[in-house]
Design a binder for this molecule. Structure first.
Ligand code: FEO
Length: 389
C-alpha cells in the first residue's frame, strides 16, 4: 500500500500486516495489525514519526521513494515494531537525526545499535519547529514501556500516540469506519498491553487531554478522526468502576468441574449476573483479557492434577495476576479424586489482585446435591456483593 494523505502536511505511511497472528510470541492477533508511521512536512524540515516492524521495512522504504530528505526520525517508543527500521532509515537519510525521550536514547542504542551521536533527546513539553508546523513532545511513561512519549502536531491538533489508543487491526480503512470492530480491537489491545498500567495511564490521559485533540493517529490500527470515541472508551476502562460481571476460566478433565461451572453459570445468570465462561482448552486469551477489563469477580475452575491445579489454570491465573484488572472478588471451584492443594496454589498465584476471596467450592469426585447447593450459595454471595457495587 502506498502512503495516504491525511492533510497537505501529514501522510500516513507504514504497513498493514494482514497475516500476523501472534505478537511477542504471546498475544493472539486474530485480526492482524498495522505499523503506522507518519510523514510530517513543514516548510523547512520534514519529520517521520515512528517507523515499522523490521519485517515490513521494504514496504516503508518503497513508500519513501521520492522523499529526498528527512531531518527528524521521531521515535515515540523504542519497541522494535516501531523503531525497527530506524537503522535503515538513518542509512537512507545520512542527515537525519533520531528524536526520543532521554530514557529511550539508551534503549535505542542498546536494542538497535544506533550511535548516540545520532539521537537527540527531548524533554517533556519541548517543541520542534518544522517551518509552519510545530511538534510538541509529551512524555507519557509506561504506555507501555518506561520511555514512551506522544508527539502532538500543534497547528493541526493531531496526537501521534504510538501504542497509546492503538488497536491490532489490519484494515484498508485509514480512519475508523467500523466503530464496533475498532472498539473490540482497541479494548483487546488495552487489556493485553495497557491494563497493568491503569493508574499511570489515567495521569497520561489527563496530560494529553489538556491539548486540543482533533485527531489521534496511533501507530497500530486506524486513525481516530473523531477522537472522542476512543477517549471515552479509555476513560471507561481506566475508571475504578466495575460491572456486574463474572469471568469464569476453567478446565475440566472428566466432566466434574464442567458440571460445576455449568451449574454456577446458570445460578449466576438466574440472579442477574452476567458471566463470561472460558474453557481454557480452546480460549483465545485475548478474549479472556477483554472480559477482565470490566468484571467485578473472577471464579477460577480447576480439576486436580498431581494434587494441584491444572497447568492451564496456572497459566490463566498468572496472566490475570500480571494484567492487574480492577477485580474486587475472587473464588475457586473444582474437583479432586483423593486430595488437593489447588485452592492454596491458585490463591498464591494472584497476589496482585486486591480481591476478597469468597468461600471456594471444591468437590470430591462427581458433584452431587451438596456441591450444587454450595455453588448456589456461592452465586448468592457474588450476587449480594455485586448488588452493592
Ligand atoms: Fe507497538 Fe510497544 O509496541
Amino acid at each position: 500500500m502506498q502512503g495516504r494523505k491525511i492533510n497537505d502536511s501529514v501522510c500516513w505511511m507504514g504497513a498493514v500486516d494482514w497475516n500476523r497472528r501472534l505478537f511477542d510470541s504471546l498475544i493472539p492477533l486474530p485480526d492482524g495489525t498495522s505499523y503506522n508511521a507518519y510523514l510530517v512536512r513543514g516548510s523547512e524540515k520534514t519529520a517521520l514519526i515512528d517507523s515499522a516492524d523490521p519485517a515490513k521495512s521494504d514496504v516503508l522504504l518503497n513508500q519513501l521513494d521520492g522523499i529526498a530528505r528527512i531531518d527528524y526520525l521521531v521515535a515515540n517508543h523504542a519497541e522494535q515494531d516501531h523503531s525497527g527500521c530506524l537503522s535503515l532509515l538513518l542509512e537512507k537519510y545520512p542527515g537525519a537525526i533520531v528524536v526520543s525521550t532521554p530514557k529511550a536514547k539508551g534503549m535505542l542504542s542498546d536494542l538497535l545499535g544506533i550511535s548516540e551521536q545520532r539521537i537527540m533527546t527531548v524533554e517533556d513539553g519541548q517543541t520542534l519547529a518544522l517551518g509552519g508546523k510545530t511538534l510538541e513532545f509529551i512524555h507519557t511513561p509506561w504506555v507501555h514501556w518506561p520511555e514512551t512519549m506522544c508527539t502532538y502536531l500543534q497547528e493541526d491538533g493531531i496526537l501521534f500516540s504510538c501504542d497509546f489508543f492503538g488497536s491490532h487491526l489490519a484494515t484498508t480503512d485509514l480512519y475508523v469506519v467500523d466503530q464496533a470492530a475498532v472498539y473490540e480491537a482497541a479494548k483487546r489491545y488495552y487489556a493485553e498491553i495497557m491494563m497493568p498500567f491503569r493508574s499511570v495511564i489515567r495521569k497520561n490521559l489527563a496530560k494529553v487531554e489538556a491539548h486540543q485533540i482533533k485527531m489521534i493517529a496511533p501507530s497500530h490500527g486506524p486513525v481516530y478522526d473523531r477522537p472522542g470515541f476512543i477517549l471515552d472508551a479509555y476513560r471507561d476502562w481506566i475508571s475504578d468502576a466495575v460491572k456486574n460481571e463474572v469471568v469464569l476460566p476453567y478446565i475440566s478433565m472428566h466432566g466434574s468441574t464442567q458440571k460445576m461451572a455449568d451449574h454456577l453459570v446458570g445460578a449466576l445468570a438466574g440472579r442477574g449476573v452476567k458471566v463470561h465462561l472460558f474453557d481454557l482448552t480452546v480460549t483465545d486469551i485475548g478474549k479472556l483479557a477483554i472480559a477482565l477489563v470490566d468484571a467485578a469477580t473472577i471464579v477460577i475452575g480447576t480439576p486436580t492434577v498431581h494434587f494441584g491445579a491444572h497447568p492451564a489454570v496456572y497459566y490463566a491465573s498468572h496472566l490475570a495476576n500480571a494484567l492487574r484488572p480492577k477485580l474486587r472478588y475472587a473464588s475457586i471451584i473444582g474437583s479432586y479424586g483423593w486430595g488437593t492443594k489447588a485452592i492454596e496454589q491458585i490463591a498464591g498465584l494472584i497476589p496482585n489482585l486486591k480481591v476478597e476471596i469468597i468461600e471456594p467450592v471444591m468437590c470430591r469426585s462427581c458433584p452431587q446435591c451438596e456441591t450444587l447447593a454450595a455453588l448456589d450459595k456461592l452465586a448468592d454471595a457474588i450476587a449480594d456483593r455485586h448488588a452493592k457495587l
